[in-house]
Structure formats: structure tokens, C-alpha cells
Design a protein around this ligand. Structure first.
Ligand code: G6Q
Length: 543
């Protein structure tokens, strides 16, 4: 079916009119007029509870957003993804991260081939390898057991593994050390290995393409570091494994492809933490926990695929994100996990959301005339409360927030969990309802100070709650955001699965590298770039 341009869709036009009616309605009156709102606008599925009642949306807003989803063909888009259609049109690829967590008996076809057996074959190889390393059967070159694992990768080959390692640290083998090297800044590798013994260290070179400048530079330097300690090329086989789709390049680097774990072009980098890119995660938490994480992903996949939009958590979150971006013109969205283990979750989500929906060209090649992906950012609570929440409460911008919390902590300590969660509820309450000038006055505040101490409120938030941060819960949370991103991209009619901006970055520096390394005299850039290169070449001290 021919897709109408977004602003031509009937539901969009209805939303435009509706927005004029509700844009100034305060959450205070929405809650006053509907005492059951807090329970009615909440939804629990696969163990996640989403309270979306503190959004600037009425029952009618939601109906219109669901109508927009229908008119945008969201159901058809979802089916196309799960069916393995090549929905990443600019790269002519299927988008099948959902196949990475499919159960063994499922069938998902790409170009006529069922990919589920391949997925499970890699998982089985990863499990056996992880088991050997964890039990001390896989030894270093000198016969010592592996105690340190260093993942070398960047972007999608780094952020997921780091986030998952931190998130699931509670379940990790504490006798092992895990490090993640991503930056081409030599400090990253140097500091990551300085206290490690090469004889006990395993490097995982994680790169889908195995050509990424940063990862290759770090992998080569890691190789030198290792050989500096072990003095024998043959040691590479015991201390380097690869995760990649590029067997030829892995072989060329000197890693035996028997020690390579593969994945496929239908897994985007930012959607790959549950593929072999998660090898470091599996080494840390063990194959059983890794598979529990996959089953969490799968539960959310099934929910997204089958639940009616009215009770579909990723759809609800995705539609509300569209509502704020396109009607309220909110520029950013804050993700605020109240769990220290989730400290890297906002950084992970930055890539997932912004690399996916930071696009301004629609699937049919025209320029959008509406805002697309918001800027995502955040820090764990309660820390953020003591820094940037001021702007969320009293700044001049609207910043929708996602609060994430757990009923039970993994580290019970006195009253800490109650203190933590009281802050989640209190912050969301204060943002929504604020504090009126009358309330401030009634506290005896001098007249001149009243405006400063008044809180407008009407600042929206979602609250996502789960029982406990388990591997399964992490899988559900990540899939929740993956599918929310998908929902937004489907409405905006953009390709959420390519990343031409990242590809550009991969080639831009290549031109300047020789001008620094070989101190080329004739520079042909603009005058600023030429001057900067000359200055650098004058001041940089050659090693
Ligand atoms: C992710 C992006 C990007 C990519 C990195 C690393 O969706 O494509 O972040 O993951 O650039 O790429 P390689 O895994 O190929 O080294």
C-alpha cells in the first residue's frame, strides 16, 4: 500500500488539531478529573510495569496515536521485520536481531535459508568456549589459566558489551577481570592492560567488518603488548579470539578462524550485544545466564509482535516519543535508571536511539518536514538529582524522562532501596505536579522569592519498574527500547537500521592520517584545517 507522507495522514491531521486543545492542559487537572488515571494509564507485560499516566496525553491522545500507528502501517512493518524482509533498504539487508534470541525450534528465513540453526550453532560454540575459559581448561600459552578478558571493539561492538557487563556484574565470575578498550587514544589500551599479566590475558577482537580503524589499531598494539611479554608468535592462538563477519580479515590478522565467532549482515552493530559480540558478557556471567538474557529479549519480542497496540509497551513508549518530538518539539529525552548497575545504560541507549533514528530522509528519499529522533541522555539516579535535574524541573525546555527502577535490589543494605525508590516516585511526582505559588507562599516564603521557588510541573515522565535486575530483565529492557525505536522509525518512515553518518566518520580521518604521520608539506584543506595540521606537526614530538 502506498504510504501517505506523515503530515498527510488523517490521524496526523487529527493530532494537530488535538494538540492545540491539550497542549496547555496541566497534569494536575488530568489527574483531578480522572482519579483512576494512575492505574488506567499503566500496563504490565512480561514482568515490566510501565506507568505512562504522567504523560501530557489524554485517552483521546492515545487513541489518535494508535490510529496514527495503524495508518502508518506499524503492524505491517513489525511483521516484515520478523519475517526477515529487507527493511534496511539503503543497505538492502534484513533486520533480524530478533532471530538472535529465537528459540531453537523457530524458523526465520533470510534469502530462503533458515537462520535459526546458524544462530544456535554459534551460541553453542560460544557456550563451549566460555565454559572452557571459565573452568580453566582453555589455557594461556605458558599454561596459566585465563584470568583477564579484554574486549577490543568500538560503537556497537563495545557499548553493548560494556553496558551488559556492568549491568550484570552481580552475576559475573569475580575471580576474572574484564576490560573494554574502544578509543584509538592510546591511553585506553595502555591503562587497560597496565596491571595485567599477558600470560593470563585473553583479547576478544570484536568487529563486524574487521576493518574499523580504532579496533584494528588497538588489536595490533595489543598483539605487540602480548608478544612483548610472551615473546613467541605462537602465543597469539591462545590469547586472541575474534568476533566478526569477515573471516578473511580475521585470518589475515593472524587469528585462527577456528577461534572466530561469527554473525551476519542482518545484525546491525547497535543491535548486536546478544550475538557473538556478547562473548565477553557470556565469559563474565556464564552461558546459562547469557541464555536467560536471550529469553528475556525473546519474551519482549513476542510481546511486541503480538500484543495489541493499546497494551504494547514498546508501542506505547514509541508513540509517546513521537508525540513529544513532533508536537511538543521536545529536543531531548532523559533516561534515568535508579540502579547503579545500569550506569552505562544511558550511553548504550544513546547509540541505539540516535544512530537509529538520527535521520532526515524518508524511505522514499525525500526530506522530512517534521522532527525525528530526539537526543537521548542520562545518568543513574540519585546522582543526576544533584546535578542536572535542576534544568528538568525549572529550565525553559520540556524534557520527557524515563525513570527505571526495581522493587528489589541485588544488594540489600539497610534502608537503601527504600531511599532510592522514594526518590524515583518523588521526582516523577514533583515533575508532574510541581509546586504552585500559593503553596510556596503558604510556607512563609518572602514575596520576591516566590517565583524562584515555584515549580510549574506538567513535566512528563514514564516509570518503568521490574522485580529485580536479572539477565532476563536486562534482555527485556533492551528489547523494550529496541522496539520503541522501531516504532518511532516506522511512524517517521525512515530507515532506522543504516548509519551513513558513522560510515562517513570511518573514512574522513583517513585522508589526514598520512599528513600527520608523514608530515606532508602541501596541504589542500581549508585555511583553518591547514593551519591546525601545520601547528600539530610543529608541536607534536615524534617518539
Ligand atoms: C552500529 C554502527 C557502529 C559500529 C562500529 C564498529 O550500528 O555501525 O557503531 O558498530 O563502527 O564497527 P565494527 O564492528 O565493524 O568494527
Amino acid at each position: 500500500m502506498e504510504q501517505k507522507a506523515l503530515k498527510e495522514r488523517a490521524a496526523w491531521k487529527a493530532l494537530e488539531g488535538h494538540y492545540q486543545l491539550v497542549k496547555d492542559v496541566h497534569l494536575r487537572s488530568l489527574f483531578r478529573d480522572d482519579p483512576s488515571r494512575g492505574e488506567r494509564m499503566a500496563c504490565e507485560a512480561v514482568g515490566l510495569y510501565l506507568d505512562y499516566s504522567k504523560n501530557r496525553a489524554t485517552a483521546e491522545t492515545m487513541q489518535l496515536l494508535f490510529a496514527l500507528a495503524d495508518e502508518s502501517g506499524l503492524r505491517g512493518h513489525i511483521d516484515a521485520m520478523f519475517r526477515g524482509d529487507k527493511i534496511n533498504i539503503t543497505e538492502n539487508r534484513a533486520v533480524l536481531h530478533v532471530a538472535l534470541r529465537a528459540e531453537r525450534n523457530e524458523k526465520i528465513f533470510v534469502d530462503g535459508i533458515d537462520v535459526v540453526p546458524e544462530v544456535h550453532a554459534v551460541l553453542d560454540r560460544m557456550s563451549s568456549f566460555a565454559g572452557r575459559v571459565r573452568q580453566g581448561d582453555w589455557k594461556g600459552y605458558t599454561g596459566k589459566r585465563i584470568r583477564n578478558v579484554v574486549n577490543i571493539g568500538i560503537g556497537g561492538s563495545d557499548l553493548g558489551p560494556v553496558m551488559a557487563y556492568e549491568a550484570l556484574r552481580h552475576y559475573s565470575d569475580r575471580s576474572m577481570t574484564f576490560r573494554f578498550v574502544s578509543n584509538v587514544d592510546g591511553t585506553d589500551l595502555t591503562e587497560s592492560v597496565r596491571d595485567l599479566n599477558p600470560a593470563e590475558t585473553l583479547f576478544i577482537v570484536s568487529s563486524k567488518t574487521f576493518t574499523t580503524l580504532e579496533t584494528m589499531a588497538n588489536a595490533h598494539s595489543a598483539r605487540e603488548w602480548l608478544l612483548g611479554g610472551l615473546k613467541d608468535e605462537r602465543a597469539i592462538a591462545n590469547h586472541f579470539v575474534a568476533v566478526s563477519t569477515n573471516a578473511a580479515a580475521v585470518r589475515k590478522f593472524g587469528i585462527d578462524t577456528a577461534n572466530m565467532f561469527g554473525f551476519w549482515d542482518w545484525v546491525g552493530g547497535r543491535y548486536s550485544m546478544d550475538s557473538a559480540i556478547g562473548l565477553s558478557t557470556m565469559l563474565a556471567i556464564g552461558p546459562g545466564n547469557f541464555r536467560a538474557m536471550l529469553s528475556g529479549f525473546h519474551a519482549m519480542d513476542e510481546h511486541f509482535r503480538t500484543a495489541p497496540f493499546e497494551r504494547n509497551l514498546p508501542v506505547l513508549m514509541g508513540l509517546l516519543a513521537v508525540w513529544y518530538s513532533d508536537f511538543f518539539e521536545a529536543q531531548t529525552s532523559a533516561v534515568l535508571p535508579y540502579d547503579q548497575y545500569l550506569k552505562r545504560f544511558p550511553a548504550y541507549l544513546q547509540q541505539l536511539t540516535m544512530e537509529s533514528n538520527g535521520k532526515h530522509i524518508t524511505l522514499d528519499g525525500s526530506r522530512v518536514d517534521y522532527p525525528t529522533g530526539a537526543i537521548y541522555w542520562g545518568e543513574p539516579g540519585t546522582n543526576g538529582q544533584h546535578s542536572f535535574y535542576q534544568l528538568i524541573h525549572q529550565g525553559a525546555r520540556l524534557i520527557p524522562c524515563d525513570f527505571i527502577g526495581f522493587f528489589n535490589t541485588l544488594n540489600p543494605l539497610g534502608n537503601h532501596q527504600n531511599l532510592l525508590m522514594a526518590n524515583v516516585f518523588a521526582q516523577a511526582e514533583a515533575l508532574a505536579f510541581g509546586k504552585t505559588a500559593d503553596e510556596v507562599k503558604s510556607e512563609g516564603t518572602p514575596e520576591w522569592l516566590v517565583p524562584h521557588r515555584t515549580f510549574d510541573g506538567n513535566r512528563p515522565s514514564n516509570i518503568i519498574l521490574a522485580d529485580q535486575l536479572t539477565p532476563e530483565t536486562l534482555g527485556k529492557l533492551v528489547a523494550l527500547y529496541e522496539h520503541s525505536v522501531f516504532t518511532q522509525g516506522a511512524i517517521w518512515n525512515i530507515d532506522s537500521f543504516d548509519q551513513w553518518g558513522v560510515e562517513l566518520g570511518k573514512v574522513l580521518a583517513q585522508r589526514i592520517v598520512p599528513e600527520l604521520s608523514d608530515r606532508v608539506a602541501l596541504l589542500t584543506h581549508d585555511s583553518s584545517t591547514n593551519a591546525l595540521i601545520r601547528l600539530y606537526n610543529n608541536r607534536h614530538i615524534l617518539p
